[in-house]
Design a protein around this ligand. Sequence first.
Ligand code: RB5
Length: 148
Amino acid sequence: MKIGIACDHGGFELKKFLLEILSKNFEIKDFGAFDYNSKDDYPDFVFPLAKAISLKNIDRGIAVCGSGVGAAIAANKIPDVRAALITDHFSAHQGVEDDDLNVICLGGRVTGHYAALELVETFLNAKFSGADRHKRRLQKIKDEECEL
Ligand code: RB5
């Protein structure tokens, strides 16, 4: 599974922590930010990650900003990206199993580093159920989407 990770300044420390640990077990591409810059903007890092997912160059994404909210809003603009701010274990796996979540968004100023790691591991280990009712719902969302 190819994983991508991105952050702005609000998620910089959490991204660094996650990247260091996850890269021991996963192939993971870093979409930046590569240096801390308090003036950077999350769309500049989240869009390249989300586009890589849309183009199927990356399977799952991790997007970290201060709250996780901006990252989710930005990522969901890109076709075939299904992103959500995740703060609990249930949603971390159920979001994948039912909704085929492919980008987990986290708040670097909200969720502790080790709690975030557990959420990410849960997300990465979860699989879409493929159940007809979930496919039907996802198709209804896809039908409303604009092309890249
Ligand atoms: C940046 O200060 C902050 O607004 C951003 O990281 C994020 O929390 C947006 O949702």
